[in-house]
Each structure stands twice: as structure tokens, then as C-alpha cells.
Design a binder for this molecule. Sequence first.
Ligand code: SAH
Ligand code: SF4
Ligand code: F3S
Length: 492
Amino acid sequence: MTSRPNKDQQTSPSVDTAGEPKAAKGNLRKVFVRTYGCQMNVYDSERMTDVLAPEGFEATEDLNDADLVILNTCHIREKAAEKVYSELGRIRKVKEERAKSGKDMMVGVAGCVAQAEGEEISRRAPIVDLVVGPQSYHQLPGLLEKARQGKKVVETEFDIDAKFNHLSGQAEKPVLKRAPSAFLTVQEGCDKFCTFCVVPYTRGAEVSRSVQQIVEEAERMASAGVREVTLLGQNVNAYHGEAADGATWGLGRLLRRLAEIDGLDRLRYTTSHPRDMDDDLIAAHAELKSLMPYLHLPVQSGSDKILKAMNRRHTREDYFRLLDRIRAAAPDIALSGDFIVGFPGETEQDFEDTMDLIRRVEYGSAFSFKYSQRPGTPGATMDDQVPEDVKSARLAELQALISDQQKAFNASRRGMICDVLLEKTGRNPGQLVGKSPWLQPVQLDAQENLIGSIQAVEIVDIGSNSLFGRLIAGQDTFDTAGAAAAPASQAG
Ligand code: SAH
Ligand code: SF4
Ligand code: F3S
């Protein structure tokens, strides 16, 4: 998943919230949500603030000001999980400070650490009042009430249907303006059981939302000014949702349907598994103008021996053949991936096979990690764990290669004219930041009223992480009514 599991970010207050707060105005309570992990957590955090809004909670970005703090956590690697405990240590101090002036602060832990560690969390960090797994956050109001009565609350049931129904219930609420690019969860959980990975345990079995639920949410987003939707799933291309007539739709068919929605000019999806990339989805890349030429398709390793030990259920040749088919359908596609170095038993030769695979594929970008032993996964107890210093050296070598490929890919955009979705103001006055079709940030000089529009832009220079562009015409290339009118204050 592309917002990386190692990246934490603070969820900005969602503007998608409707419904009358129970508390009188002026008596609003503040909730601070910090998000760790993948985009699905980003999406879930926004939905949590939505659930809490009718309870009288307003989002704040200031921890000191919060009546309720929620950490939406990630369990993918040891470091990600440990971050939660160090953050809880900091929060304890803030809570003590607030107590001096008679103010209370409730603390909740949500997400994948909540699911994996349950009550262990409040044992290790007694300030935690509430532990809520990723499939249960729609019950937050009731759980908070219990916690307020002084009970330690731990809710880690897998009731994903209830969660999906809850999300759809939001669809009747009035539409407010939203940022131009949004996430939409279409599928959750994973049945693949790669031997390094906690996701099947923290998110449970694979479940797809129905076509109707997704289409309604996407339509609602489009009427709120969203131009780009990224469909999310731990295994998004394994999507198999039920349509109104009872038929099962794959991701390709779903994308074709979403492409019909007025105003949704850009579609993306993440993250995909090589085993689930079917012909129909590949064909959709050739057919749909709105399906962006970017694909995150993690391979993890280039060694067949390691792929087998990881239970990835494909070989390196399968991956090459698949990429040939994808590139035949979408020649300008930017490929991205994930790599793990130092999986148990990885020899120099296995690592060299991974480097060779990367050289052959030529990625536009990629994420890479040192293998981290996760309790309860088969990899954790395998023989031949790789020493930390070897992992570090391999990671550095691999990242240097990826960085060269990314630079080369970015440099190949110089002089091109491409569509850029303008998303927010830049660092300098008069500057906006947008996104290229290949998911690169593009900086350019343009007026704020263009935020939310898609513009033809010439790429004039290349920076280390972003491209620099020049506006060509100043008119929305899709000419969608209302799109360019999204007020700047609503973006970001
Ligand atoms: N569903 C996605 C990945 C989810 S986790 C997929 O199948 O590709 C995101 C990435 O974290 C993985 O692709 C993997 O590269 C990395 N990762 C997962 N478990 C890990 C572990 N135990 N140690 C190191 N990296 C890990
Ligand atoms: Fe984890 Fe593998 Fe499932 Fe991806 S496919 S979420 S890496 S178990
Ligand atoms: Fe992390 Fe859970 Fe996402 S473990 S990567 S937050 S699914």
C-alpha cells in the first residue's frame, strides 16, 4: 500500500461529516487521531472522526487540546508497533498536565496493534481506556460510553459486514466539499498468508463490499468535488463484490462502472497481488482513460526459493510474464513494488536475484524493508534468520538501485505535457502541488482557484522527489462543471 506502513501521519479533520452534534455548540469536545500504517488506516481514521462527529466531537490537530486521543495503529513491522508504546508514554505526560487544570483525557488504541495485542495494550499502558480493532470502530460511541463509566473496553470482534453496512449508512448524509483526491475501501482482509505478514491475522479474511455500496460512495464523493478516487484493499485486485443482479464482479468490471461516474476523472487502486491480476483488469488499463498508468504490484523477492518460503505462490518468471502483458496493454505504466530483504534463509545469491529482477523490471518507485519477525507468523520461527547488519547492507544496496531507477523514470518525464490534478497550495506563495498520472508530485505556479482542477502541464524540471511544471492553458482539461470551482480552503 502506497502511503507506507512506516509512515505516520496525522489525519486532518474530515470535511465529509454531517449530522447534528449532540453537544451544544461551544460545548464541543475535541478528538485527536493519529494514523500509522497503510492507506486503509487513513481511510478508517477519517471514518472514525465521522462516527464521532454526531457525538459532539470535533477533530483537532493539537494533542494538548484533546478530550479524546485515538492512535490508529499498524502492526506490520516491530518498529511500527513499538512506536505506539512510545507515543502512549508521551500522551501520559500530556494527560497528567491536563489533569492539573481539572481536564480529563480519554485514550483509545485502534487499528492493527489493537487487533493483535488486545488487552495486553492496557496492561502495558494503563492510561489506555479503550482498545478497538479495525472492524469495530463504527461502535465507537457505545464503547466510549462504557469506557466513561470506568470500564476498560476491548473490542476486537471481526464483524466486517456490520462495518461495511455502517459505511454505507453514511451515504444518506448531505454532501459537503471534499479534497480532490480520496480513498475508498472496496475490499478488506487477506487470505494469502504470506509467511512474513500479520495482515491476515489483524484484518481477518478477505471480504469485498457490494458494487452498489461502492458506486453510491463514489457518486457521493464525485458530487462533493472529488476528482480522483483510489480504491483500497489489502488485496484490492482480489475484489469480488456482489452486483445488484447477484453476479460477482471483479475489479476490472468495477473500475469500468466507476469510470462512468461524472466528475470522477481519475481512478487508481492499491495494493495488488501478482496472483490476482486477471485479463479483465489488464484490459481495463488499455480501455479506460481515467484509469491512471500506475501500478503497485509488490513482488517482495526475486528469488524463487525465497518466494516459495514466503508462500507468495508465484515465481519470478510468472512475474516477468505478467509484467509483459501489463506493459503490452499500458506501455507507459509506472511500476511500483515492495521488497523485503533478509527473509530467513536469504543468501547472497538470493539477494542478487532480487537485484537482477529490479534491473530487469525498471521500477518508477518502490518501497523496501528489512524483514521483521512478527509474532504468530510462520517466518518468525524459521531457521536461518539473517543477521541485522547483513539486512542493513542489503537494504542500502537495494535502495540505491531503486533510487537510481526512480530518478531515471522521473527524468524521462522532462519536456512531456501531461495532465496534473491540482490538489493543494505549495510551500511558496503562488505555488500549487498536484499529481501526475504516474503519481509523482508536481509543483507549479498557479492560482489557488485552480485547486481541484486537472490541467495540462509541461514538465520543465526534475527535483529529487517531485517534478516541476508549467501551466499550459489554465483550463480544466476535462472541462467538468464545478470541478475548477472547488474553493481552495476546502482542499488538502
Ligand atoms: N497486501 C500487500 C502488502 C501489505 S503490507 C501485498 O500483498 O503486497 C505492505 C508491505 O509491508 C508488504 O508488501 C511487505 O513488503 C512489507 N512487510 C509486510 N510484513 C513485513 C515484515 N514482517 N517485515 C518486513 N516487511 C514486511
Ligand atoms: Fe500480507 Fe501477503 Fe496478504 Fe499482502 S498478500 S496482505 S503481504 S499476507
Ligand atoms: Fe499496518 Fe494494518 Fe495496514 S498492519 S499496513 S495498518 S493493514
